[in-house]
Design a protein around this ligand. Sequence first.
Ligand SMILES: CC(C)(COP(=O)(O)OP(=O)(O)OC[C@H]1O[C@@H](n2cnc3c(N)ncnc32)[C@H](O)[C@@H]1OP(=O)(O)O)[C@@H](O)C(=O)NCCC(=O)NCCS
Length: 183
Amino acid sequence: MMSWQGARVRLRPINPEDWELFHDNDGDMEAARACDLIYFPRSEEGTRQWAEKKAEEEPEGDSVALVIETLDGELVGSLNAHHCDPRGGSFQYGIALFRPHWRKGYSSEAVLLLLRYFFHELRYEKATAHVYGFNEASIKFQESLGFQLEGRLREQMFTNGRRHDELIYGMLRREFDVLYPSR
Ligand SMILES: CC(C)(COP(=O)(O)OP(=O)(O)OC[C@H]1O[C@@H](n2cnc3c(N)ncnc32)[C@H](O)[C@@H]1OP(=O)(O)O)[C@@H](O)C(=O)NCCC(=O)NCCS
């Protein structure tokens, strides 16, 4: 497996011309709620500027924002690593696939590419994902990858008129190595 490419997808930086698909995806409010928050609507120009800024951004430590594309170059979603703590050896990741591409195995492959890089190239020892308690798809997704439920922050966030728990899923490097031995 090449570092940034698997059998179905590759990870690459955001390009300014990616703005349009992100703009379309901004209309998926359920996905926005599941990932993060529902924001005010953004103009086309606003999304263009956002993509341009992202494309120019210098990396900050090991934090990175990448897009996921199929091997024939179709943009299908995005993935990021954040709260990277090289001294403690832990980082968090977030992922969002555009709805038409759900359940094709793209996210699984993308996350495994990211985990392998962080564990085997950057010496990280632990990855976590924070998942809202109502996000059944992501709960099943983390569990399908082998992440374990480690904690529940009760009523941590507010959306859709009420408070919701935030679940913390984690995977250790040694668990990753057993589940996904290098070829
Ligand atoms: C969660 C999400 C990233 C999953 O992406 P995906 O590309 O559809 O995931 P995969 O195809 O790799 O799925 C792998 C496995 O996860 C589980 N899974 C994924 N989506 C699921 C769903 N909606 N319901 C039940 N299980 C699901 C299944 O076990 C699946 O394997 P299977 O399809 O062979 O049954 C995607 O639904 C998404 O982007 N949702 C909106 C944003 C979001 O919630 N991001 C995560 C925030 S924490």
